[in-house]
Design a protein. Structure first.
Length: 146
């Protein structure tokens, strides 16, 4: 049975734009063939992150369009966790507790709450954000910073 990996947008973008961590994440996905779980927030964050790369001239519009199309095609193979009221409450709780001490950001709290409230706990939480990874570990998740 495949393992379940919750992949935060900060890490998932590496599958659609070559950058530090791309090779490591790609090798992991190929070797494990996991069930990839994402938050529905990732669908918006991915397009936003890729658009920022156009604005900062890291990529051109052609590469942007290709990356977005590839991502949109892949989403149907992912398990997408909807941000419902329970996840919003959990994210709020995380912000009221861990957020005050550690600086957890609002969208990261929604990502983390999506992983923690998933019907089946992911075996691995993958992010490229060190702070988010540390907080996910504090919440009991196995974490890989990519």
């Amino acid at each position: 049975m495949s393992r379940r990996f919750f992949i935060d947008t900060s890490a998932l973008i590496k599958l659609y734009h070559e950058e530090s961590g791309t090779e490591r994440l790609t090798r992991l996905i190929i070797s494990e063939t996991p069930i990839i779980v994402i938050s529905d927030l990732t669908i918006i964050e991915m397009v936003s992150a890729l658009a920022k790369k156009v604005r900062t001239r890291e990529i051109d519009e052609h590469i942007f369009n290709e990356a977005v199309l590839n991502f949109e095609n892949d989403v149907s193979a992912f398990e997408v966790t909807d941000i419902n009221e329970n996840i919003k409450r959990y994210a709020s709780y995380l912000l009221k507790t861990v957020g005050m001490q550690r600086g957890l950001k609002s969208l990261d709290s929604l990502q983390l709450a999506s992983a923690l409230a998933a019907p089946e706990t992911p075996e691995l939480f993958i992010a490229a954000d060190n702070l988010l990874g540390e907080i996910a570990e504090l919440q009991g998740l196995d974490v890989m910073i990519i």
